[in-house]
Each structure stands twice: as C-alpha cells, then as structure tokens.
Design a binder for this molecule. Structure first.
Ligand code: ADP
Ligand code: MG
Length: 322
C-alpha cells in the first residue's frame, strides 16, 4: 500500500481512473482469478459450468447523495442497487452482500435502521442475502459500502472487452434521468441482463454509471474500437424531455450524466432486429443507439442533421488530490 501511495504523491492531481490503472499495474493475481481489476466485477473460478462475480461499490454523503434530498431508505436501496448493477453488467445474478457503514455523529441509529429497510426491500425483491458487514465511526460524512457476490454461467459471461467492428451498440431504458431523481430509486437491470445473455450472443456489456459516453469509452478502450452514436435514437428520459428550459442541452445530459444504471452492450448487427422484437414482446425497452465503426479509439456523434462530431470522452470521475 505504501508503494501505491508514493505513486499517488508524485502527481499533484490524479483522477480515479489513473489511480486504478496504477494500482492494477502493481497487482498480480493467482490462477483462481479469471478477470481481476478493470471490469465491472472480478470473475473468479467456481464450478465446472459457472463463475463467481465479486464487486464493491461505495456511496458517500455529498459525493453520491445529499442528506437533504434523499431518504435513508433510498440510500440503502441505492447502495445495493449500484452493486447489483455491476453483477448484471457481466450477465450474472446477485447472491449475497455485506454492508459497511461509516457513521458520523449527525446520523442517528434510527436512520441507520431505515438504510437497512431500503437495502432489505431490494434484497428481498431479487432474493439477495445480506450476510454481514462492518460499522465504524466516520468523522464527518456518512458512507455505505457494499460488497457483492454473484454468479454467472460460463457461457453467459460478458466482459467490457469483446466489441467488434460492425457491431451494433444498444442500451436498455432511457438516459439523462438521474438528475431528476432516478439515481435514488432505479431498479438494477438484472432481469434484462439475464434475458439478453440467455437468448443472444452479447459481445460486450457495461452498466452506465459514469455516463453514456464515459462508459462507452471504457468499453471501447477495453475492446480497442471506435464507435458512432446516433443522436436520433438515443433514448432521452421522460423527465428530461419534459424540461422546457434545457432544449439544446438535453442530448448532453443523456450523453454525459452519470448514474443512469442502464445496460450498454454490443451485438452483431444481424441480430439487432430479432433482439428488438423479442425484447418488445417481453416489455423490455431497448434502443439501437450506435455502431462500432472501426478499430482505434473515441466516440463520434452522428447529429440530427447528419454531421459527425467527435465527442470528448470524459467520464464522471472523482479527482483525488494528494
Ligand atoms: P464501476 O463504475 O463499474 O463500479 P469502477 O470505475 O468503480 O467500476 O472500477 C473499475 C475497476 O477498478 C473495477 O474492476 C474495480 O474493481 C477496480 N477498482 C476500483 N477501485 C479500486 C481500488 N481502490 N483497488 C483495486 N481495484 C479498484
Ligand atoms: Mg459498472
């Protein structure tokens, strides 16, 4: 750990992703690990036909939520939901979770119980066991950190890498709604992910937590490809559509706002029609929003008037100041 900190100190400012890359370059794993740092979950050997999925996500007061605009129940729900979303993005289902809480003085024991009400509501809905955790004092801010274990059949595992030139880019649901409250009460797309991986050959998948362009960027870096997004078909959330004052900027919100927690995935273009038809019959909203255009890197937007505009690939990131 000391050596990692010394790397961080060399830079006056370093973002989350640079730090993760530095950490990953120092870590060697055993043959028990099929995929380590760098995807939505770690993939660990399990039975002959399955892998275990293992992930952790943390939400922090004044970074991921503000106490004056979220209920304690919603905090619990969100803490588990964003972890379940990572398990879903690998094609798997969640099994069990542990919960660690950092508790500042301004949060009462009653409020903590409400956090558990939210956690339990979601856990019950998806048959996830809450099996432990840790509780510590935090000097200023509340945080909730969840570790989650899931499982996936080997044949259903989907990674961030695997997108191929010519593939279609699709996403579930609608985008740009997190600012209007979706990030507090989204349903992790586990059922949708299972529908996709059981019925289709999904080449690559990620959940949209850092924004459409940011997470597409992660997928493209892993796959070594460039993509074109179609402005015409990007599904803008109903809440965002209703806002009159934002007319020109709505597409930017859908492209860059974090915490939509939809699935973004690639399939062979010849599978698109069948997939959209079957998804429609199942009541699963899915949009065909782009194409993997060539090897290389970056994201291009095909605008409503047909221009091709290179988009800055930036993801929501936590700047870590040393
Ligand atoms: P997501 O947005 O899907 O939760 P993150 O951007 O948080 O993914 O993390 C990307 C990858 O980096 C994951 O594989 C995660 O396990 C890993 N990672 C993040 N932070 C750390 C850390 N402090 N130490 C080791 N691995 C980390
Ligand atoms: Mg993720």
């Amino acid at each position: 750990m000391n050596s990692v900190l010394s790397v961080v100190k060399k830079l006056s400012i370093m973002n989350e992703f640079d730090l993760i890359r530095k950490i990953a370059s120092k870590i060697r794993t055993s043959p028990r690990v099929k995929v380590g740092i760098g995807d939505d979950c770690a993939v660990l050997k399990d039975t002959k036909d399955t892998y275990l999925l293992f992930a952790q996500d943390t939400i922090v007061e004044d970074v991921h939520f503000r106490l004056n605009s979220i209920t304690y129940e919603e905090i619990g729900w969100k803490a588990l939901a964003c972890n379940m979303s990572d398990i879903a993005s690998m094609g798997g289902w969640s099994l069990s979770a542990t919960i660690s809480m950092g508790v500042p003085r301004h949060v009462s024991a009653r409020s903590l119980i409400k956090i558990y009400d939210g956690l339990m509501k979601l856990a019950k809905r998806f048959d996830v066991d809450l099996v432990g955790g840790d509780t510590v004092r935090s000097p200023k801010k509340l945080f909730v950190s969840v570790s989650i274990l899931g499982r996936v059949e080997k044949k259903c595992l989907v990674l961030r890498k695997g997108a191929k030139v010519g593939d279609a880019v699709l996403c579930t649901g609608s985008l740009g709604g997190s600012f209007y409250g979706k990030h507090k009460r989204f349903t992790p797309r586990q059922s949708e992910a299972r529908f996709l991986v059981k019925n289709f050959n999904i080449h690559s998948m990620i959940d949209i937590s850092d924004g459409l362009v940011g997470d597409l960027g992660h997928m493209l870096v892993s796959s070594g490809c460039q993509a074109v997004l179609f402005e015409r078909t990007i599904p803008i959330s109903r809440e965002l559509k209703r806002k009159k004052s934002l007319s020109g900027k709505k597409i930017n919100r859908a492209l860059y706002d974090g915490e939509d927690y939809e699935l973004l995935f690639c399939i062979a273009s010849e599978d698109v029609r069948v997939l959209l038809n079957r998804a429609k019959k199942q009541g699963i909203p899915i949009s065909h929003i782009g194409t993997i255009s060539k090897k290389g890197k970056g994201v291009i937007l095909k605008t409503l008037d047909g221009r091709l505009v290179r988009l800055p690939v930036r993801a929501f990131t936590h700047n870590l100041i040393s």
